[in-house]
Structures are given as structure tokens and as C-alpha cells.
Design a binder for this molecule. Structure first.
Ligand code: ACO
Length: 331
């Protein structure tokens, strides 16, 4: 089958966050912190935390079901499922296979891709390339995380920043030109892999009583270094994609940044000379949900009418790896 599509469009989006809200004051009962410290340093007021029975694949499947409904498609229409996550239900099989069966998707290729907080932009480009090959029609892409399962609830420098949730999009081929996913600018630098990582649980440090005692199965972060690198790589990716497409920043109707820290976003906005009211923000409600952050924001922005038909939107992210990326879409 060769469909020779002209473009790949976002046909629908959906998101899901757990009902359980943990406020900054709730966290101040667990570790030595305060609402004032967390809010002024990060912009976060609260986050959602999944319960013990709710896994990454469950949240991903709920977001995906909403995206399918929004797109007006059935499970049987999907031929690709890709999940971006750093908190899979288990090392294997892939979370994408678990989501596939939860949704009753019969005939699809399924895989996970791990690029931390940049993961959703990575899977967007991978799915787009597969769809443009002409062998597939519709892809379900999901960013989903249960970060609460890898947070050290005794470490105040990390546990206050993250939350759980999932966002999804249906990408479809289209004969229209100059719409949908217009361009990507992705990058990575493994030389900085030690600023944000989880040492335990892989083959280099499998789970042992010692690895557990040494708290190796938790996310570790050098926050200040991440902060500086984040601003640098997001500014670079955003400027490059605008230049490549001969666009000026004032032509963007909306910017959806990875929702990690308000001060990072404010610095990015000033370096790109884009007013803050053009940025879609929900960081205060959810904290940093890693690969789920951009698709949750994209879904909320579409549903709230912040992105209208024909609008140019820039999405920009950074994450562990380091990885980063920018994507330009016209809805
Ligand atoms: N409550 C109170 N005090 C705290 C807390 C807390 N939760 N956490 C740290 N502190 C203390 C520190 O111990 C330190 O105390 P000291 O001066 O006595 O040593 C002081 O606050 C300042 O700490 P810094 O780390 O210098 O604080 P900073 O202003 O840099 O803010 C933060 C820290 C919020 C982590 C910031 O560096 C940041 O946002 N970095 C980027 C993080 C990020 O975006 N991570 C996501 C990456 S995406 C991904 O792939 C998952």
C-alpha cells in the first residue's frame, strides 16, 4: 500500500491526570520544605499522584481513549502505537503493547521510546516519518508517566517538582499541504547524562539489597546544572526551527513549552522575545510530568480554544539524556 501523503495532521488529542491532588502544603508534611519555597523557585502549586493500582499504561490508555473520541476514530483505525515514558509499567513488554490490549487495538506496531521530557516530541517525529512512508494511516502517540514511583520522598530537592499523568494525540495522513506537523528540530548530548538520571534498575546496577539501601532506584538531579542547560538548549532549538522555516517569533500564536519550571520558561520567553501570554502554562496544577507534560498541555490548549485552526504553534522541550527538541505545527 502506498498512500503518498502530503502531510501528517493532529486529528485528535486527549489527556488524563489522576484525581488525587497533592498540594505544596501536603509535601511540607513529608519533607523540610514550604509552599513559598516550592512556588517561588518553580511555579508549582500542586501535582497529581496516581494510586497504587494505577500504572503508566492505565493513564496512557485513558488519555488515548479521549484522543480517539476527539479524533472520531475507532481502535481498529490505529496502525501504530508509540509510548514515550521513563516510567514504564515494567522493563518489558513495552507500555505501548499494554495500552494496545487495554484499548482493543488489533493490528498495530507497538513500541516505547525513551527520551525523558523530550519524549513526546521524539515520538511525534518518529510517528510522522512512519506515516509519511506511506505504509500506515493513523498513529496513536502517548506521553505517560508515573514519576511518583521513582521519586525519593525523602529528597526535598526532587520530590516537590514532579507529578503523574498522560497525554495522547492521534496523527493521521492528509492530502492537504502546509498543515499539521511542519518541522522538527531534535537533539541530544549524552555527555551530560549525569545531571539527571536514575542509577539503579538497569543492567549496570540491577536491584539488590545494597542498591535499595543506597536509594539507587530513585531519580537523581543536579538542579542548577539542569536549569542552565535547559534554557540554553531550548533557546537554541526554538531559534533554529524558526530560522529554518523563515519565521519570526511574532508569527507564533502559541508556544507550548515543557512544563518543568516557571523561571526556565520566563527566561526562555525573554530570550526568544515572545510575551509570556503567548505561552500555554499548566505547570502550577501538575508540576513536571516529563513525557506527559507537552501532550497534556497540547490537549488542554486545544480544548480551551487557545489553538485555533490555521494557528502556528511551537512546542519546545528538554529532558534527561540530555535530550531536547522543538516542533512546529499548524492546526
Ligand atoms: N524546599 C526548601 N529548600 C530546598 C528545597 C525544597 N524543596 N530544595 C532545595 N532546597 C534548598 C537547598 O538545599 C539549598 O539550600 P542551601 O543553600 O542551604 O544549600 C537551597 O534550597 C537552594 O538550592 P538550589 O538547588 O540552589 O535552588 P535553585 O534556586 O537552583 O532551585 C530547582 C532548585 C528548583 C531544582 C532549580 O534548580 C530547577 O528548577 N532546576 C531545573 C530542574 C528541572 O527542570 N528538572 C526537570 C528536568 S526534565 C526531565 O527530564 C525529568
Amino acid at each position: 500500500m502506498s498512500l503518498a501523503p502530503r502531510s501528517v495532521v493532529i486529528k485528535g488529542t486527549g489527556s488524563y491526570t489522576p484525581a488525587n491532588i497533592k498540594t505544596n502544603d501536603d509535601l511540607a508534611k513529608l519533607v523540610d520544605t514550604s509552599n513559598e519555597w516550592i512556588f517561588t523557585r518553580s511555579g508549582i502549586k500542586e501535582r497529581r499522584i496516581a494510586d497504587e493500582t494505577e500504572n503508566t499504561s492505565d493513564m496512557g490508555a485513558k488519555a488515548a481513549a479521549r484522543a480517539l473520541e476527539n479524533a472520531g476514530l475507532e481502535a481498529s483505525d490505529i496502525d501504530i502505537v508509540i509510548v514515550a515514558t521513563i516510567t514504564p509499567d515494567m522493563p518489558f513488554p513495552s507500555t505501548a503493547c499494554l495500552v494496545q490490549t487495554k484499548l482493543g487495538i488489533a493490528n498495530a506496531i507497538c513500541m516505547d521510546i525513551e527520551a525523558a521530557c523530550s519524549g513526546f516530541l521524539y515520538i511525534m517525529e518518529v510517528a510522522s516519518a512512519l506515516l509519511k512512508s506511506g505504509s500506515y494511516r493513523n498513529a496513536l502517540i502517548i506521553g505517560a508517566e508515573k514519576l511518583s514511583s521513582i521519586l525519593d520522598w525523602q529528597d526535598r530537592t526532587t520530590c516537590v517538582l514532579f507529578g503523574d499523568g498522560a497525554g495522547a494525540a492521534i496523527l493521521s495522513i492528509s492530502d492537504e499541504a502546509d498543515v499539521g506537523l511542519l518541522d522538527f528540530q531534535l537533539g541530544a548530548d549524552g555527555a551530560n547524562s549525569d545531571v539527571l538520571f536514575m542509577p539503579g534498575g538497569g543492567c549496570s546496577q540491577p536491584a539488590t539489597p545494597a542498591s535499595i539501601d543506597n536509594r539507587l532506584h530513585y531519580l537523581k538531579m543536579r538542579g542548577r546544572e539542569v536549569f542552565k542547560l535547559a534554557v540554553k538548549v531550548m533557546e537554541q532549538a526554538a531559534k533554529e526551527i524558526l530560522e529554518q522555516n523563515e519565521l519570526k517569533s511574532d508569527q507564533l500564536a502559541c508556544v507550548i513549552p515543557h512544563q518543568a519550571n516557571m523561571r526556565i520558561i520566563e527566561l526562555l520567553a525573554s530570550r526568544l522575545e515572545i510575551p509570556m501570554d503567548r505561552f500555554y502554562l499548566n505547570l502550577d496544577k501538575y508540576g513536571n510530568t516529563s513525557a506527559a507534560s507537552i501532550p497534556i498541555a497540547l490537549d488542554e490548549a486545544r480544548r480551551e480554544g487557545r489553538i485555533q485552526s490555521g494557528d502556528l504553534t511551537l512546542m519546545v522541550a528538554f529532558g534527561a539524556g540530555l535530550t531536547w527538541g522543538a516542533a512546529l505545527i499548524r492546526c
